[in-house]
Design a protein around this ligand. Structure first.
Ligand code: 3HC
Length: 301
């Protein structure tokens, strides 16, 4: 079924090469998914060779796991390995028809990335952003062709979460949007068209939910009680496990964006800000035991 508001699918352009800016957690998960489902070359770029190597190593590792679990054949694994490459060169995206960025959530950084990409790709190449909360319209303000900028927001883990939020900016044209929906379908994701509004839709719900969990802790509910009291809702993860998956810094950034836009509806938790300031990846240690120092940063900890 065609998602509500999606344009005529016949306007979609063919995608034969994908570029991904960034080689972090979201970007490398996307690289594997694009290669696996679109079966086209996927080039990752990053500023720093060490991050690039780490991103490509992640993809190789995941291909190994798919092979070990019998999800792909040896031939498919070899093909996937050859499809995903990393390059520090800016012109590595030449010939790409779909470039997506998943770099740091900073408007100026993303604008700079797209200015560089626009210099090497054709005017018909779709420029997609995985931003979770920034304005598409602001991001495209200085582009020569802002009509090909679209939001393409994945959820973590990329391979598993079924939905993509597709965002239309003020200038996004129908061919770009139709291409984004067609790519989402080929990736076997369902998609919704959302407005270019702060944190779109999913992260508004998530931020409200997580904000209430943290508020309960700050109002005296022991953190471990809050963490497990929600088991009754049958959610796939506890709230603080989810915070660890998303990353406290990303969560805080989304909360700040929403607070700025809707101060009466969204607060910014001082406990979450303390966790981020302390550089903690969450309340759990890598062996999944509680990090007592991190827990102590919460009022009810
Ligand atoms: N990469 C690839 N595959 C993964 C994965 C990963 N990181 N994590 C889990 N999987 C796969 C497993 O391989 C397994 O696949 P299979 O069924 O084909 O064998 C399947 O997912 C289930 O995994 P597990 O059995 O290991 O574990 P669970 O059943 O506990 O599921 C989970 C793990 C999928 C992470 C589940 O807990 C979940 O859905 N959690 C909620 C995640 C969520 O809410 N994400 C949204 C975050 S918000 C966001 O990203 C937006 C941003 O803008 C902030």
């Amino acid at each position: 079924k065609q998602p509500a508001g999606a344009p005529d699918p016949s306007l979609a352009r063919k995608v034969t090469k994908v570029g991904i800016v960034g080689a972090g957690l979201m970007a490398s998960q996307m690289a594997l998914l694009f290669a696996r489902r679109l079966e086209v070359p996927v080039v990752l770029t990053d500023l720093d060779q060490a991050r690039l190597d780490k991103g490509v190593a992640y993809v190789r590792d995941e291909i190994g796991k798919l092979l070990a679990r019998g999800r792909v054949s040896q031939d498919q694994a070899n093909r996937l390995t050859s499809l995903v490459t990393g390059s520090p060169a800016k012109d590595a995206f030449a010939g790409a028809d779909f470039v997506i960025e998943a770099v740091f959530e900073d408007l100026a950084v993303k604008k700079q990335v797209f200015a560089e990409v626009e210099a090497v790709v054709d005017p018909s190449c779709v420029l997609a952003t995985n931003t979770s909360s920034l304005s598409l319209t602001a991001m495209g303000a200085d582009l020569a062709h802002p009509e090909r900028l679209v939001g393409f927001h994945f959820f973590n883990p990329v391979a598993v979460m079924p939905l993509l939020e597709i965002v239309r900016g003020a200038a996004t044209d129908d061919a770009t949007l139709a291409t984004a929906f067609a790519v989402a379908r080929t990736l076997r994701k369902s998609s919704v068209l959302v407005k270019d509004a702060p944190a779109f839709v999913v992260n508004r719900l998530l931020t409200r939910f997580m904000g209430e969990v943290v508020a309960a802790v700050d109002e005296g509910t022991p953190l471990e009680t809050a963490e497990h009291a929600l088991d009754g809702l049958g959610l796939p993860m506890t709230p603080f496990a989810l915070l660890q998956l998303v990353g406290p810094a990303v969560g805080l950034h989304v909360a700040e964006t929403l607070h700025e836009a809707f101060p009466e509806r969204f607060g910014v938790s001082a406990s979450l800000a303390r966790l981020v300031a302390a550089g903690k990846p969450g309340i759990y240690l890598p062996d999944l035991t509680l990090d007592e120092e991190a827990v102590a940063l919460f009022a009810g900890g």
